[in-house]
Design a protein around this ligand. Structure first.
Ligand code: NAD
Length: 356
C-alpha cells in the first residue's frame, strides 16, 4: 500500500478546528482509495511562540522539508499583535514559505451553483466563474529591504528580479495551458518601476507560449473588473501584495471566505492552506467553515501526491453535501436544510465518502 508523510500545522484561532475536519475527510478518502497517510504535527504561529518562544521552530521547517506535503490551517491573533515583527505569528509563515522556496501561490476561485445567492454579487455576473489567481509569494513588498519604521517615517520596498518574475510567469502560463489559455498579468506599470520590469519580463516569457493570449491590466482596473465581469478572467498573474488583495476580493464571489483553498508550490514541498486567516472572532465556537481547508486537502492529494481520484471524490462529495442543504453558520441563510457545526459538516462529508 502506498503511503505518504504529511506535515500538519494546525496553528492558531480556528486552525486546529478546521484542520481536524480536513484530516477526518482525508482519513475517509485514503481508506476508500487504499493509500496511507502518516501525519506529523508541528508548531507554527502564536502557539509556537507561547510554547517555545519563536513563531517557527527549526524542527517545523525541517519536518516540512522531509514530508511529501504540508497541510496548514491558519496563524495569528490579537494576543500577539504587539510583539516585535520577527516574533509575530505571520513572520513564522513568511519564513516557512521562504525556507521551502514556495514562490507560487495558486488560488482557484469557482462558484458553487447552490451558493450563488450567498454572494453579495449578482447571480448573472458570477454564475460560471472559474478563475485562478497565480500570486508571487516570496518576493515583492512583503520581503523587500530596506524596511523602516522609526516612529516619524516608515517605508517598505517593493523589489522584483528578472528571475523571480520569469519563474512565476512560467507557472501562470503552464497553468493557462491546462485551462482556457488566457493570462491577464496585473501590475501598476503606469506608476511603479518594479511593475514596468514585471510587464516587460512577462512579455518575454509569453513568447514561449504562443497559444496563450496575454493581456495586461493595472491593479486598480483589475479590482474593478473582478466585480464588473469576473468571467473575463482565466488566469490572473500578479505579485505578492496585489495577489493578496485581489484574491480576497475574488473570494466574495463564492459567498464566504471559508470556501477558498490555496496551494503554494515551486519549492521543496507543496503547502496547502485556506486563504482565510485564523478568525479569532469565532475561534473555539465550532462555527468555522472547514470547507476551504478540506478543499485545500483535496488540492494536496491532486498536486503533491498524484491521488487524483481521491481529490475528485472529495470535491464531488462537497458539492453533494452543499446541494443537499448542509451549511455552516456563515452560509446558513442560503437554502440551508440543516445548519451544522464545523465538526458536523466534516463528519457528514467523511461518512458519505466511506458509504459511497
Ligand atoms: P480572517 O480571514 O481571519 O477573518 C476575516 C473574517 O472572516 C472574520 O469575520 C472571520 O470570522 C471570517 N472567517 C474567516 N475564516 C472563516 C471560516 N473558515 N469560516 C467562517 N468565517 C470565517 O482575517 P482577519 O480577521 O483579518 O485576521 C485574523 C488573523 O489571521 C490575523 O492575526 C491575521 O494576521 C491572520 N491571518 C492569517 C493568515 C494565514 O494564516 N495564512 C491569513 C490571513 C490573516
Amino acid at each position: 500500500m502506498k503511503s505518504y508523510d504529511i506535515a500538519v500545522i494546525k496553528g492558531d484561532g480556528i486552525g486546529p478546528e478546521i484542520v481536524d475536519e480536513a484530516i477526518k475527510v482525508l482519513d475517509a478518502v485514503s481508506k476508500k482509495e487504499n493509500f496511507g497517510l502518516n501525519y506529523k504535527e508541528f508548531l507554527m504561529g502564536g502557539c509556537a511562540y507561547e510554547a517555545v518562544g519563536t513563531p517557527i521552530p527549526d524542527i517545523t521547517i525541517e519536518g516540512c522539508k522531509v514530508s511529501d506535503a504540508v497541510l496548514f490551517g491558519s496563524i495569528g491573533g490579537y494576543k500577539w499583535d504587539n510583539l516585535p515583527r520577527e516574533m509575530k505569528p505571520e513572520s513564522g509563515l513568511l519564513k516557512l514559505r521562504k525556507e521551502l522556496g514556495l514562490f507560487a501561490n495558486l488560488r482557484p476561485v469557482s462558484v458553487f451553483d447552490e451558493l450563488i445567492e450567498a454572494s453579495s454579487m449578482k447571480a448573472e455576473v458570477i454564475k460560471g466563474v472559474d478563475l485562478l489567481v497565480v500570486r508571487e509569494l516570496t518576493g515583492g513588498i512583503y520581503f523587500g529591504e530596506p524596511r523602516v519604521n522609526d516612529g516619524q517615517r516608515a517605508y517598505n520596498t517593493m523589489v522584483y528580479t528578472r528571475d523571480e518574475i520569469i519563474r512565476i510567469a512560467k507557472v501562470a502560463f503552464e497553468s493557462a495551458m491546462k485551462r482556457r489559455k488566457k493570462v491577464c498579468s496585473v501590475d501598476k506599470a503606469n506608476v511603479l518601476e518594479v511593475s514596468r520590469l514585471w510587464r516587460a519580463v512577462v512579455e518575454e516569457v509569453a513568447v514561449d507560449y504562443p497559444e496563450v493570449e496575454l493581456t495586461h491590466m493595472f491593479v486598480d482596473n483589475a479590482s474593478m473588473q473582478l466585480v464588473r465581469d469576473p468571467k473575463q478572467f482565466d488566469v490572473i498573474l500578479t505579485g505578492n501584495i496585489f495577489g493578496d488583495i485581489l484574491s480576497d476580493e475574488a473570494s466574495m464571489m463564492t459567498g464566504s471566505i471559508g470556501l477558498l483553498p490555496s496551494s503554494s508550490i515551486g519549492g521543496i514541498v507543496g503547502l496547502y492552506e485556506p486563504i482565510h486567516g485564523s478568525a479569532p472572532d469565532i475561534a473555539g465556537q465550532g462555527i468555522a467553515n472547514p470547507l476551504a481547508t478540506i478543499l485545500s486537502a483535496s488540492m494536496m492529494l491532486r498536486f503533491s501526491l498524484g491521488e487524483t481520484k481521491a481529490a475528485d471524490i472529495i470535491d464531488d462529495t462537497i458539492k453533494d453535501v452543499l446541494h443537499d442543504g448542509y451549511r455552516t453558520p456563515d452560509l446558513a441563510k442560503y437554502h440551508a436544510k440543516e445548519v451544522c457545526s464545523t465538526s458536523e459538516i466534516g463528519s457528514i462529508i467523511a461518512q458519505r465518502i466511506l458509504r459511497a
